[in-house]
Design a protein around this ligand. Structure first.
Ligand code: FDA
Length: 393
């Protein structure tokens, strides 16, 4: 089997499908190739099955990249409102959960159905279970050799995602294509990922496994206020996933539990009001019981509040609100929601996502060195970068 198209898109994920829709709408003949058995598998499992499909506050500040300005153009040309309008046209009900994060009321599958319906309406063809064995640049475009034969096109759009969750078919294929064409790749690492702790600390914290609390997690000048979760491997929860994208091996993070409460002031007041109360009882008013117990025991505190000096209370508060901890690592690509780094934006045109030195070759979505925060930003980048490439390919 061979075939000639205007545009071949490699990868039927969020970015690839959006690109195919826009290119098809422009009258381009489009073929989308994917080795998976179904399109949009990451969309299907995203947001706990309800897909956090965008964030109404998405802007360049919510993305990590060697060039923080690179994402501006695409994000301005396809906005959260544009995606919300598409969702609305398909009658998909949604709600804002928190912090501008929009989720489907029903199922992430509604988003996949919307995208595949739009692709069909735009005349884009989708071929699944297709292994890609080679790419060649030829006069007039590109030849893609696959398990289903060879296909040619004048434009080739690489939308094969990053390395996160290899079990779901993530391959890092885009980086190999970049290498083949001599394009630089910014070092990749797992992002939005739980952090692990060394075995000794983990053992000490084992009674806390499963406990969640509001927290602020700080790393240098970056801080996120969301939930913290103690796990049997280390630390997780949205606040940890967010900071994990900024954290590097060997560095400390600071954990502030219940950042809206001045725990020292609260303990001092509790001592004045009821000196016969234990510190654990006082802390259990604001912290989960097990956490209150653990903190008091690990500080070696016993007796009544009246027996504790202000200095001691301050130390106790600091263990809860100024806990400096050095994670031993992260859970890696196995559980990371995204891959940081990727195709160097310096070699791409920010308006089209086309490689500056290689006409007709485009990179979009997660494989590019643009990574969003947790909260719908990564899909917004996939939609936006896919859309602008679809306008140009
Ligand atoms: P994506 O990975 O979606 O698609 C790549 C496609 O290429 C896949 O279909 C794959 O099969 C195919 N492919 C890969 N290698 C290939 C090869 N060698 N040959 C052929 N095909 C190949 N983001 C967000 O904004 N909101 C959310 O709620 C979530 N939730 C979430 C949960 C979980 C568990 C994960 C892992 C990730 C998220 N994300 C998220 C992140 C989001 O899923 C991610 O940023 C986008 O899916 C990236 O879209 P892409 O299209 O770039 O890659």
């Amino acid at each position: 089997m061979t075939g000639r198209y205007d545009v071949i898109v490699l990868g039927a994920g969020a970015a690839g499908m959006m690109c195919a829709i826009r290119a098809g709408q422009r009258g381009r003949s489009v073929l989308v190739l994917d080795h998976a058995a179904a399109p949009g598998e990451k969309i299907r499992i995203s947001g706990g099955g309800r897909c956090n499909f965008t964030n109404i506050h998405a802007g360049p500040k919510n993305f990590l990249s060697t060039n923080p300005h690179f994402a501006k153009s695409a994000l301005a040309r396809f906005t959260p409102q544009d995606f919300i309008a598409m969702v609305g046209r398909h009658g998909i009900a949604w709600h804002e959960k928190t912090l501008g994060q929009l989720f489907c009321d029903d199922s992430a599958k509604d988003i996949i159905r919307m995208l595949t319906d739009e692709m069909r309406a735009a005349g884009a063809q989708l071929r699944l279970r297709t292994e890609i064995s080679g790419i060649e640049q030829r006069a007039g475009g590109y030849r893609v050799s696959t398990s289903e034969g060879a296909f040619e096109a004048s434009s080739l759009v690489v939308a094969t995602g990053g390395k996160s969750i290899p079990k779901m078919g993530a391959t890092g294929f885009a980086y190999r294509i970049a290498e083949q064409f001599g394009l630089p790749v910014v070092e990749t690492r797992p992002g939005l990922v739980p952090l692990t702790l060394d075995p000794q600390l983990l053992q000490r914290l084992s009674p806390l496994s499963g406990i969640a609390a509001p927290a602020e997690i700080r790393h240098g000048k970056t801080a996120f206020r969301e939930a913290l979760l103690f796990t049997h491997r280390g630390l997780s929860g949205p606040a940890i996933l967010q900071i994990s994208s900024y954290w590097r091996e060997g560095e400390d993070i600071t954990v502030v539990i219940e950042p809206d409460i001045d725990i020292f002031a609260l303990l001092k007041k509790a001592k004045q009001v009821n000196g016969r109360q234990s510190a654990q009882t006082a802390l259990a008013e604001i912290l989960p019981k097990r956490l209150a117990q653990h903190v008091v025991e690990s500080e070696g505190i016993s007796g009544n509040m009246a027996d504790l000096s202000d200095k001691r209370l301050q130390q106790l508060a600091a263990t809860i609100q100024a806990w400096s901890v050095k994670p031993s690592g992260s859970e890696g690509y196995r559980t990371a929601e995204v891959t940081l780094g990727g195709i160097d934006t310096a070699c791409l045109d920010s308006k089209t996502m086309q490689a500056k030195s290689i006409p007709g070759l485009f990179f979009i979505g997660e494989c590019v060195d643009v990574t969003g925060w947790l909260g719908g930003y990564n899909f917004q980048w996939a939609w936006a970068s896919g859309h602008v490439a679809g306008e140009a390919a």
